[in-house]
Write a new protein. Sequence first.
Lengths: 367, 267
Amino acid sequence: MSLAQKRKSKRVDCATVCPEWGCRQPGEHEGIWVVGEVEGGAISEPSLQMLTPARMVANKLGTFVEGVLLGGDEGALRAAASEMIKRGADRATVIAGRELSEYAPPAFAGAIAALAAERRPDVILLSATMRGREIAPYVASLLRAGITADCTQFDVDEDSGDLFMIRPPFAAIMLAYIKTPTRRPQIATARPNVFPVPPRDEARDGPVEVRPASSYVRAPPGMRLLRSEALRRDEVPLEKAEYVVAGGRGVGTKEGFAALEELARTLGGVVAGSRRAVDLGLVPHERQVGQTGKSVRPKLYIAVGISGAAQHVMGIREAGTVVAINIDRDAPIFRSADYGIVADWRDVIPALIREISARRTSPGKGT
Amino acid sequence: MGLTIAVGIKWVPNQQAVRFDERTGTLIREGVTSIVNPHDLDAVELALRIRDRYGGKVVALSMSPPSAVKGLEHVIGMGVDEGVLISDRAFAGADTLATSYVISSALRRLGGFDLALFGQETIDSSTAHIPAQVAGWLGLPYLYYATEVELDGSGRKVIVKRMLEDRAEWYELDMPAVLGVAMKSQLPRPVKLSNKLRLREENPIRTWSNAELKLDQRCVGLRGSPTIVAKSTWTPEVPRRRQILEGTPEEAARKLVEALFREGVLR
């Protein structure tokens, strides 16, 4: 029996399911949705990243990938839909209208749930951006469906066609394969940067269907945006940085992090921290690298005084070159590094700054 | 009259004390103490501030084994007025959907509230699911990453400030509303002895089991949880070169910089 047949023929005994939640057979559901986020008129990179696992899962299951976009500006949403199709979606649905011109979580999440109740997708994937984290669980409870946060991989259970949503549980070193065998849709999120943006294929084309927001936002959300104020940000966001210098407990103090700042400036990059550094108040939470922080994909990641707990290493899987500086030769971080220096960072960091500056002022030297 | 502010707290293993068995990849549970999820204390502090300013009461709820009564005692020590321990063997093993279902049932049983506050996420699972799921079950407006709350003139709406990475936003929400309180956004007040004394004199903690909530066994605990852990495996390692650069710190730094320029990582 093919995987598609297994998936279609799967039966759930509805007598075992919570009677208030409704019961439908998994086989009545079809397609992998990726909910796209539009920011500043364009599709966000984290949304495009979710097309990578969506495409892989759809190919295994023999089904389609559908982009779902919501908002007030139909033109921008259509453009975003066509971008999703060029990057791997087979088709897209746009819900556009005044009701969604301003972001209110219950309106956006409610519209996704209403469309899902009508179309019955098998899977809904969202990027765990700040908005995605806000919307996804509401969608799940409206649909009385299971949800798995912050997946690091996806796969398909060859025995049943269920989606494997794979993530490390509780900062652990094992990976849990989570599935929701009796309920659909299967809802999951992954943090930005865990998956790459799929390549653009100009030749790809597919239908884009536009539906009115008024049909999907049935009640006013009971809330409205009063005002918004942009925060001044001098630094490059961590997710976009090409060079990241991260400190951990071994760096220990504000003064230590000032030294990391100097190295980051020399590199043209930014400073980040481990969970411990955040707990110690040395780095703000939005600069935390790891399973409960951010995943990064810089060209160069320098881990300073970071022991290398599994939850931290999870956040640098997609980094280019990883360098570890630690005084403890047995620190696990060295197993996850390309280059290691066993020494006190107080000696290494100034030397690195000197060496890099020297090379840049006399480019021919030593090459 | 004043407001009724519900605040959810979770009793979690103290992360600082958690160790793993490197051989089996499992948690070593012996000797691990539990604490109130630190991010929930931000929600407790914000709830207390709203109460202190506008009047009313703060009720803390915790769905946990009986030992979590210590967590409720802690927040009552901070100044919370009442505690509700939601505890029943039938609730054990719940995922976030089944947990939020029980919590929202308990909130209904509370007989009306104006605000329900939760820590933005827990340190033991970090899903940030519960506030939105509870709002979903109850069909209420909700917002994440809240840092400040004020009542508007009518007393029926709240103005909530929240912080995103690149901007601050102010939303107006009809009450009742559900909020996820931003991590480290408040300075939780210390426990006061005079508050703790109330534990002996007033008995402010109730326990609700499923005898009170009367939920179908198929909707709660392990049975009500759509998600299951099918299997687990070792995390596949990303292949890295693991090359230790020997020598003095200066020598090692020079070798590293040479390699990075040679490989085009630095220019």
